[in-house]
Design a protein around this ligand. Structure first.
Ligand code: IMP
Ligand code: MG
Length: 332
């Protein structure tokens, strides 16, 4: 089966945790990463150790899965090499020959541009590398000497494999097409584009899992309804800090239903994963069975299903991959 996982909000929905669980549980032959590039930060808790990833998919936690980065992703060779070392995955990690290379110049441009101030970009060189690609003067991965060892045809590999798990990055509201333009990332990040990023067409995708957090956060500038002050967010235990930039995330204690509905539509989500239910509803930490959730938490899950018309199949109740309720057998 080929599955795509995407973010339904402003990134940082907890995709890393859901991906790492599914990689272990479903044991796909290939875990592949789509999305923009190293502007993404995924935090994965695996066997008692935290990993902060920006290039590799969180599914690396399954030692039997091949780890691949799709053609649509901008790759920073420096970050890539560091993460291979950190995760000890050398030998089973590959990048598509067509990936756009992020150069030092791209990073400098991203940090210096007036735009980075206006939009609040991550300064990781992603936007400028996408611009280079469009200008037709980008360097592709196949032309970077030190990367030759890792270069393959990911599109061909995912086409031939039976079970593939594709991880998107960022979130729907940051999509360059459908998000809060101009306060967005440099590409569309909806399920169709994430699939295309790794070389899969729409009819080959069986499941689209849209991840949402039980409250809403945003890093960087742009519109953000029902935002609360940091102090209030700290009191609610909602306050988070960016994985890539370390900036405090902006918080809204609410779910933005209209946006989420639109996100579910455009992504053609077949499943919803809700994360951090234990943070929003204390008393649910580490729960692994639906019946063990508090009445309040169960009502919330029912509300998500009713509002979005999509089954909530996965419920996150803590940071570890094991802290999850998996209802896929009952809901699909
Ligand atoms: P850029 O993608 O670095 O150009 O940044 C554009 C906007 O998207 C900024 O507001 C960033 O903070 C935001 N952004 C980009 N990637 C992520 C992500 O993975 N999580 C959360 N916000 C992101
Ligand atoms: Mg993140």
């Amino acid at each position: 089966m080929k599955q795509v996982l995407v973010g339904g909000q402003y990134g940082d929905e907890g995709k890393g945790k859901i991906s790492s669980y599914l990689a272990i549980k479903d044991a796909p032959e290939i875990v592949a990463r789509g999305g923009v590039g190293p502007n993404a930060g995924h935090k994965v808790l695996y066997e008692g150790k935290w990993y902060s990833l920006r290039m590799l998919p969180s599914g690396f936690v399954n030692p039997n899965s091949k780890v691949m980065i799709g053609a649509g992703v901008s790759v920073d060779p420096e970050v890539f090499m560091k993460e291979i070392e950190m995760t000890n995955t050398d030998g089973r990690v590959f990048v598509d020959k067509r990936c756009t290379t992020i150069t030092q110049k791209h990073k400098e441009e991203d940090a210096a541009a007036a735009l980075s101030k206006k939009i609040g970009t991550t300064k990781t060189g992603c936007g400028p590398s996408v611009t280079s690609r469009a200008r037709r003067d980008a360097v592709l991965m196949q032309d970077v000497p030190e990367m030759q060892k890792y270069v393959v045809d990911v599109a061909d590999a995912v086409h031939k494999a039976k079970d593939v798990f594709v991880e998107g990055s960022q979130g729907f509201m940051l999509s360059c097409l459908y998000g809060t333009y101009p306060f967005v990332t440099s590409k569309d990040v909806s399920a169709s584009t994430i699939a295309a990023d790794v070389g899969l067409g729409p009819t080959s995708i069986e499941q689209v899992i849209m991840v949402i957090k039980a409250y809403t956060t945003r890093v960087g500038n742009g519109p953000f309804p029902s935002e609360i002050e940091v102090e209030e967010s700290v009191k609610l235990n909602f306050q988070e800090y960016g994985t890539v930039t370390g900036r405090p995330r902006r918080t809204s204690p609410e779910l933005h239903w209209e946006d989420l509905n639109f996100a579910a539509q455009v992504n053609s989500a077949t499943q919803i994963a809700v994360t951090k239910v234990d943070i929003r509803f204390p008393g649910n930490e580490g729960k692994t069975k639906y019946d063990e959730l508090t009445a309040e938490a169960r009502m919330f899950i029912d509300q998500v299903e009713a509002k979005l018309g999509v089954p909530v199949t996965l419920i996150g109740t803590g940071p570890d991959a094991k802290h999850i309720i998996d209802r896929r057998d009952k809901m699909l």
